[in-house]
Write a protein that binds this ligand. Structure first.
Ligand code: BGC
Length: 743
């Protein structure tokens, strides 16, 4: 049976669900709705609760495996979906169990977290965001979906669209950084990439945007912690990427684990009903996060798992991920009248609709077979795209005295540091089914690139966590004879991601001691940072002349870095998150407000006694191997009205000696409004590649809609008045022109 690409359902269900062939689209959805209704009518309460029950596979060293009672539960129709599923053979086995052995033959949702690649691992999402290349990000997700779908996955818990302004929170690695606007553009691109042209194609997966909502605002950056923000901040900062994902057609959202305004998200009717179903018009599926439903007991808002199940389902959480509470409690709760059958049915319909949209009733295996799986993974095209995006994600943080690119006078290169050859770490957190054996490390990338022309000498200098005196002495011994030094520093993979909050944003362990020792040699030295979050490293900036932020760059990271180090590619990445000088500055982000007493030399102003209020590196920061000058922005009209657009033109000149790519960023500021507005908000960006000496005019559109916000009365819209339109190379270096929004 395994290996057939189209599987015919048993007649009863097939007749119900295939009756729609060759009809126009609207008739299709009406017919499929009728089929779903007919199916719901035939289900027992236990089978209905089963559709809302999502269980995890066990993850073993050889891949996923079914826990002891999973098979039996699937046969009994007590499971609607299984996650942590991957691998064609395993996925097909589970699907066969459901469609052949359960009473109603309903296929399974098969879920897996595919955050930045399935087997071909792309840079972590924060790194992808640093590329600001929406097409490349969409392409990465298209490839990730193609690979995952070939391995039997039909549903993924991505994109992670949580805006994040606290780098102590390890999950900043999984998202697009601090800007709601950039986050929204990236969310759209990701949904588009994952879902391709139509969900029922065999190379797509259903996306599930997470974590709804404001998970990134966890107090003190501690994962899963309480969120207490204003309704205005929720709407202005945390919801835009969700709104964008919904507009792009995301069929699923994951409710966050945190409480917000006193109620955990999974049991928060204001969030899941008023805002999500009401204001955001979302009609798709809502799943809990892992164990989120029974955790209501731990939060202290439910006395029992029965209460937890009732509160979560009635608030709008359709699916219970790995909590087991729905399967156990819902039949009793509905039978006793504590939950109306209509509430249960509505959630079941949403699960069945997603299955129908994926084409699972007609084609439950979606063409999955091991041959196709093998042919699809890690193809040369996929690896080339991973190398391209890795190159684009790298940010040149500093480059004193043109230390980079390394010149032809480097004959002996010392590559030092605990992450120089760390294949596993390069994949970063949530690395799908990635295999460290496929990773090109920095050292491997340099070896391939430089061949015999440059002698590479290496030393680890210790581990990420610890360097002994002899580790450092060995490193110095190696570095002494070199013409230039590359230091591979940063975090281990597991130091960011879920449950990986840190109170310090220093380089972990004794890595700074290693840096100090190497820097004393006074040789051309480049530090490469591998990490999942902004780091606070002012000492590093002082000690070494050049720093590249490489994030966790994925399977092809070493190839990309080698290209950048020798100048075969130029750095084009720009920071999607502000880098603080110290943890004490957090949260620090470009959208901060003026306050009544902006920081100045005066004592009674909004500042610190012991630290500057400016960041180490601002949002949007990133150098090139050449230099650019940016002219003043000019508008084609000094004013606009609702519905109109102005064009902002900026001259950019390459003032350096090599060709290079600049990025113009466009920010706005509302000077007087009914509520305080950020000092700058991103509204556009555009790259331009220029020959030495060349000047070009970059044009960006700005519409009246771009000037809208949540007004004092909590309606969304514009207010007439004066704005500043600002352009420049990063958020802290802009020139402005006034723009009037007329009534
Ligand atoms: C994470 C989610 C993830 C889920 C399933 C949870 O622990 O918070 O982001 O999708 O596990 O793996």
């Amino acid at each position: 049976m395994f290996g057939c690409t189209r599987y015919r359902l048993p007649l009863a269900v097939a007749a119900l669900l295939l009756a729609t062939a060759a009809r126009p689209a609207h008739a299709d959805s009406t017919a499929s709705e009728a089929s779903i209704e007919a199916l719901v009518a035939r289900m027992t309460i236990e089978e209905k609760a089963g559709q809302l029950n999502l269980l995890s596979s066990d993850l073993t060293s050889t891949g996923p495996a079914a826990p002891a009672d999973l098979d039996a539960a699937i046969r009994k129709g007590k499971v609607g979906g299984v996650f942590n599923v991957y691998g064609a053979a395993y996925a097909a086995r589970l699907q066969h169990l459901a469609i052949e052995h359960s009473r109603l033959h309903i296929p399974l949702l098969l879920g897996f977290d595919v955050l930045h690649g399935y087997k071909t691992i792309f840079p972590i999402p924060l790194g992808q965001a640093a590329s600001w290349d929406l097409e490349a990000i969409a392409k990465a997700d298209r490839i990730a979906a193609t690979e995952a779908a070939a391995a039997g996955v039909n549903w993924t818990y991505a994109p992670m669209v949580d805006v994040a302004r606290d780098p102590r929170w390890g999950r900043v690695a999984e998202g697009a950084g601090e800007s709601p606007w950039l986050g929204a553009r990236i969310a759209e691109a990701e949904v588009r990439g994952l879902q391709g042209e139509a969900l029922d194609r065999p190379d797509t997966v259903a996306a599930c945007a997470k974590h709804f909502a404001a998970y990134g605002a966890a107090e003190s950056g501690r994962d899963y912690n309480t969120v207490d923000i204003s309704e205005r901040t929720l709407r202005e900062v945390y919801l835009p990427p969700f709104r964008a994902a919904i507009a792009a057609g995301v069929p699923c959202l994951m409710a966050a684990l945190n409480d917000i305004d006193g109620l955990p998200a999974v049991a928060n009717p204001h969030l899941l009903h008023d805002i999500l179903r009401g204001d955001l018009h979302f009609d798709g599926l809502v799943t809990s996060d892992y164990g989120g439903v029974p955790e209501l007991v731990v939060h202290g808002v439910a006395a029992s798992t029965a209460d937890a199940a009732r509160e979560a389902l009635t608030a709008g959480t359709d699916v219970d991920m790995q909590g087991g509470s729905y399967a156990k409690e819902l039949p009793k709760l509905v039978a006793s009248g504590a939950i109306p059958m209509a509430v249960l049915d509505a959630a079941v319909r949403r699960v069945l609709r997603l299955k129908a949209r994926l084409g699972l009733f007609e084609n439950p295996l979606r063409g999955v077979d091991p041959g196709r799986e093998r042919r699809t993974l890690l193809t040369p095209d996929h690896l080339a795209a991973a190398a391209d995006l890795a190159r684009e994600s790298i940010v040149l943080l500093s480059n004193d005295g043109h230390t980079l690119p390394l010149g032809p006078d480097v004959h002996r290169l010392a590559v030092i540091g605990p992450l120089a050859d760390a294949a596993y770490d390069m994949m970063g957190p949530w690395s799908g089914a990635g295999d460290k054996g496929d990773v090109v490390t920095l050292l491997a990338g340099l070896r391939r690139k430089l061949g015999a022309s440059v002698q590479l000498v290496t030393a680890s200098g210790g581990t990420v966590e610890r360097s002994t005196a002899s580790d450092i002495a060995d490193a110095i011994g190696v570095a002494k004879g070199a013409d230039a030094i590359v230091l591979a520093l940063g975090e281990r993979q597991g130091m960011s991601g879920e449950a990986a909050s840190r109170t310090s944003l220093d380089l972990p362990g004794d890595q700074m001691a290693l840096v100090h020792a190497v820097a004393r040699l006074g040789k051309p030295t480049v530090a490469i940072l591998f990490n999942g979050r902004p780091l606070a490293v002012p000492d590093l900036v002082r000690e070494v002349p050049a720093i590249l932020e490489a994030w966790f760059p994925g399977t092809m990271g070493g190839t990309a870095l080698a290209d950048i180090l020798v100048g075969d590619a130029e750095p084009v990445g720009r920071l999607p998150m502000t880098f603080p000088r110290s943890v004490g500055q957090i949260p620090i982000y470009h959208e901060q407000k003026a306050t009544g007493r902006p920081p100045s030399a005066d004592h009674y102003t909004s500042r610190y006694l012991d630290e500057s209020t400016t960041p180490l590196f601002p949002f949007g920061w990133g150098l090139s191997y050449t230099e650019f000058s940016f002219g003043r922005p000019k508008l084609d009209h000094p004013s606009l009205r609702a519905g109109e657009t102005v064009t902002v033109a900026v001259d950019v000149t390459n003032t350096g000696g090599r060709a290079g790519t600049a990025m113009v960023q466009l920010y706005i500021r509302d000077l007087v409004a009914s509520v305080t507005r950020p000092l700058r908000e991103l509204r556009g960006f555009q790259r331009v590649t220029l020959a030495p000496g060349e000047t070009r005019t970059v044009r960006l559109a700005l519409s009246a809609d771009d000037l809208a916000f949540w007004r004092a009365d909590m309606t969304y819209g514009t207010e007439p008045g004066r704005f500043l339109v600002m352009t420049g190379p990063n958020a802290a270096d802009t020139r402005s022109v006034p723009l009037d929004l007329l009534p």
